[in-house]
Design a binder for this molecule. Structure first.
Ligand code: 5GP
Length: 175
């Protein structure tokens, strides 16, 4: 595959910041007594960091790591758990914090294993959604932006471990 690099800003940094604050307000409205957030590493780490700083009230955190894309830009359809949670979920109001829902395979796998741990509620916040790519129907309660079927990087999302540090979301193209 040709080397890819960011070629076009799709969502500027200030638009992301505004939208993340809106999502945080929505989560707080729905869970005024507090939430337990679970970020899916590594892609969601920046979204998590901004979301948590916008959230009022009681917030606890945990992290889980799964891998679905080996390298490249297409899904392998296989999900592996790389790092499990540190804390139990019994009776907690849990929000999964994900970077992007594409085919839906990763999120539906995660929801299945986390539901089995008896949270009181289990919802999902995704910064980005690519609905045209969905193979598995999976509800997402808090969506930042709907994007077309283009491979994006930045704000935590990588291409071959690069570009996570961009403050905006960019589309990649041939270098
Ligand atoms: P799904 O299982 O929904 O197909 O894929 C979810 C995961 O694939 C995301 O958490 C993300 O890591 C990766 N992914 C899907 N689309 C993109 C994309 O456009 N850019 C990047 N960097 N990762 C993506």
């Amino acid at each position: 595959m040709a080397d890819l690099r960011p070629v076009e800003v799709l969502i500027p940094a200030d638009a992301i910041q505004r939208r993340v604050a809106e999502l945080a307000a929505g989560i707080h409205r729905d869970f005024p007594d507090g939430v337990h957030l679970i970020a899916v590493l590594k892609g969601a780490f920046i979204f998590m960091a901004d979301l948590v700083r916008s959230l009022e009230g009681k917030v606890s955190l945990d992290f889980i790591a799964v891998s679905s894309y080996a390298k490249g830009t297409t899904s392998s359809g296989e999900v592996r758990m790389l790092k499990d949670l540190d804390y139990a979920l019994d009776g907690k109001d849990v929000v999964i914090v994900e970077d992007i829902v594409d085919t839906g395979i990763t999120l539906s796998y995660l929801k299945e294993i986390l539901k089995a741990r008896n949270p009181r509620t289990l919802r999902t916040a995704c910064l980005l959604s690519k609905p045209s790519r969905r193979q598995v129907e999976v509800p997402v309660e808090y969506i930042g932006f709907t994007v077309e079927d283009r491979f994006v990087v930045g704000y935590g999302l990588d291409y071959a471990e690069q570009y996570r540090n961009l403050p905006h979301i960019a589309v990649v193209g041939p270098a």
